[in-house]
Ligand binder design. Structure first.
Ligand code: THU
Length: 129
């Protein structure tokens, strides 16, 4: 699947956003070696309970035993690129460290990043035990 095709799936997933509090819709689509999974942001009246689209999509794949995440696309209702929040970057760093992160705005404007671009000094227990 091309980056643009995955981004289009992220935009479709965004339609299911449950975001009555912020009004900010986010969709995410991820590609693994076995398939594609999507997620959307799901808010809650108890605000911190809210879950971001990226984490819903990643947990969707991981909970199906599909952990080889190759690409992650994110589309929001905003008019600027929406990079994953800090919590999502930490999750990407743990579960999808090699994934290409595809951020887009509008129809065609897509930019591709590595996790190291967005979270250069990620926390890990690897060298701390
Ligand atoms: N949001 C995401 O879904 N992904 C991000 O990486 C940034 C923020 C959602 C959470 C909340 O529903 C809304 O955007 C406003 O913060």
């Amino acid at each position: 699947m091309t980056d643009k095709e995955l981004y289009i799936l992220a935009k479709k997933a965004r339609d299911y956003s449950y975001s009555p509090y912020s009004g900010f819709k986010v969709g995410s689509a991820i590609e693994t070696d076995k398939g594609v999974y999507t997620g959307t942001n799901i808010e809650n009246a108890s605000y911190p309970v809210t879950v971001c689209a990226e984490r819903v999509a990643i947990f969707n794949a991981v909970s199906k035993g599909d952990r080889n995440i190759v690409k992650i696309a994110v589309a929001s209702s905003g008019d600027k690129l929406t990079p994953p929040c800090g919590m999502c970057l930490q999750v990407i760093s743990e579960l999808a460290p090699k994934a290409k992160i595809i951020l887009g705005q509008g129809e065609d404007d897509i930019k591709v990043y590595d996790i190291k671009d967005l979270l250069p000094m990620a926390f890990s227990l690897e060298d701390k035990k």
